[in-house]
Design a protein around this ligand. Structure first.
Ligand code: HEM
Ligand code: CU
Length: 474
């Protein structure tokens, strides 16, 4: 338990270093798109790739690390596997940096087949990229399996999924966070196994020269990518279930509705990815309809049940508002707001217009930045503050939260407006017909800088407590 606690502090340090760097890459991209950095335009696509893979990876591991820390209260994750996860992640990140900076690898965060083999970058950089993902994927698979093992040592599968609640029993007591973490880790294993299969197919093609089936590869990559990103968010939500009650002074317990909805999530999350293939006319049509229905359905159990649950928890409660509870609340809101953007985009008749416009980054940045990031940094602060018990400066905390919210939503709004006015995503420079795209980019860069300022203030507030927590832990 102690080892997992100090590992959580190391994961925080990794996140605190990488996130600001990756934000700077985002600001750099918006500046290039605004036409402000013509000399550096050639780096746009390698940096877009690094930003995308880096952000998704950082926030996935940060969320799993928080989940492991929660689990350590109820079960016994292996400290050795925890160390392996840190080491494997560091090696994977170094390989990623090498292929992007030395090889200018630039196939984007989901490196759609066969692009890695067709770009202007040297062949070795594509191989290093695939090896980097293999190291990361294999490490995270082992980590997820160990956390599931720890859960299985304490609960049977049926109990961990809360099925005894459906029969009217509540013994053993299952905290909702453990239920959600179980669901997410099962999805994580499925996603990572699909990722490993896809990587093996890439290697086979490298070895034999025989081409792969592009449609199969696209299904595998989105099953992997969609599922991984989704479950990272669910892990963030699990943290809110675990911690928000402490600030509300009321319990947030597992009940039948919670059990049914999170079991449904497990089924739905695995088929919603079809919404990434609406433009692939060779994909059997029925799967696309399943994708639309599943995308809608996924909003009900998770979001509606959780959001109503959270509102009931807070309603007329004697809330203790500090940086943690504020960010948890904002994080749930951002998750729901981004979800609305996602449901619009997953509607086939709307997707025909919005596909590959900046609407796509608009909605996923909303639930990643204002959802997942807020939830995780809320938890980080909570853990550090618990250990350090330092006096809290409410005014300062409200100020930095305000800066982060204003910066984030201003930045999202520019993406949404661009998407609504048909500006495509992944354009380093906008042609004259899309001159409005460049204007939105410049405004977005300024808002993103505001967000970064807020985050730096957060780091000052949390960093002090982090140091004290580290001193206690060692
Ligand atoms: C908070 C500051 C952030 C800024 C300023 C930022 C900025 C950007 C920009 C400008 C793009 C390129 C959009 C385009 O023209 O297609 C982008 C893409 C992307 N971002 Fe972010 N972002 C931020 C945070 C995040 C976070 C927290 C995540 C995930 C957890 C994330 C994941 C991605 C992904 C996956 C892409 C797509 C890359 C691709 O198309 O291959 N970003 N971001
Ligand atoms: Cu998706």
């Amino acid at each position: 338990m102690r080892a997992v606690k100090s590992q959580t502090l190391y994961w925080m340090a990794i996140t605190f270093v990488l996130f600001p760097v990756l934000i700077l890459l985002g600001i750099y991209m918006r500046s290039v798109q605004a036409g402000a950095l013509p000399a550096l335009e050639g780096w746009f696509y390698p940096m877009m790739t690094l930003h995308g893979v880096g952000m998704v990876g950082v926030w996935y591991v940060a969320a799993v690390a928080c989940a492991a820390n929660v689990l350590a209260k109820y079960a016994a994750p292996s400290p050795a596997i925890g160390r392996l996860a840190i080491a494997g992640t560091v090696v994977g990140v170094l390989l990623l940096l090498a292929c992007v900076f030395l090889g200018r690898f630039a196939a984007g965060w989901y490196f759609l087949y066969p692009l890695p083999f067709k770009g202007e970058w040297p062949a070795w950089s594509a191989v290093v990229f695939l090896v980097s993902l293999t190291v990361l994927g294999a490490t995270w698979l082992v980590w997820s399996l160990d956390l599931l093992r720890a859960i299985a040592a304490r609960y049977s599968l049926g109990q961990a999924l809360g099925w005894h609640y459906l029969a009217g029993r509540s013994d053993p007591v299952l905290p909702p966070a453990v239920l959600i973490i179980t669901v997410s880790l099962i999805a994580s294993v499925a996603a990572l196994v699909a990722g490993v299969i896809m990587l093996v197919l890439f290697y086979l093609e490298l070895a034999t020269g025989a081409p792969n089936d592009a449609l199969l590869m696209k299904n595998l990559i989105f099953f992997f990518g969609h599922t991984l990103v989704n479950l990272a968010l669910y892990l963030g939500v699990a943290l809110a279930y675990e911690v928000l009650p402490e600030y509300a002074g009321r319990p947030w317990k597992t009940n039948k509705v919670v059990v049914i909805s999170w079991n449904a999530v497990l089924a739905i999350v695995l088929v919603a990815y079809f919404h990434h293939l609406y433009m692939d006319v060779v994909q059997p049509g029925v799967l696309l309809y399943i994708g639309q229905v599943a995308s809608y359905a996924s909003a009900i159990p998770a979001a509606v049940v959780t959001i109503f649950g959270a509102l009931l928890l807070v309603y007329r409660a004697r809330m203790r508002w500090n940086l943690a509870s504020i960010l948890f609340f904002l994080g749930l809101a951002g998750w729901a707001i981004g979800g609305v953007g996602a449901v619009i985009d997953s509607t086939i008749s709307a997707n025909v217009r919005l596909h590959n416009t900046l609407w796509v980054p608009a909605h996923f940045h909303t639930y990643m930045v204002a959802g997942l990031v807020f939830l995780v940094v809320a938890y980080f602060y909570h853990v550090c503050q618990e250990a350090a018990a330092a006096p809290e400066r409410t005014g300062y905390q409200k100020l930095l939260a305000t800066l982060m919210v204003l910066g984030a939503y201003g930045f999202f709004l520019m993406f949404y407006l661009s998407g609504a006015y048909s500006v495509p995503r992944r354009f380093a420079a906008y042609p004259a017909e899309l001159a409005h795209g460049a204007i939105y980019s410049g405004i977005a860069a300024a808002f993103a800088a505001l967000f970064l300022l807020g985050f730096v203030l957060y780091l000052v507030e949390t960093g002090k407590r982090w140091r004290r927590a580290l001193a206690h832990a060692s």
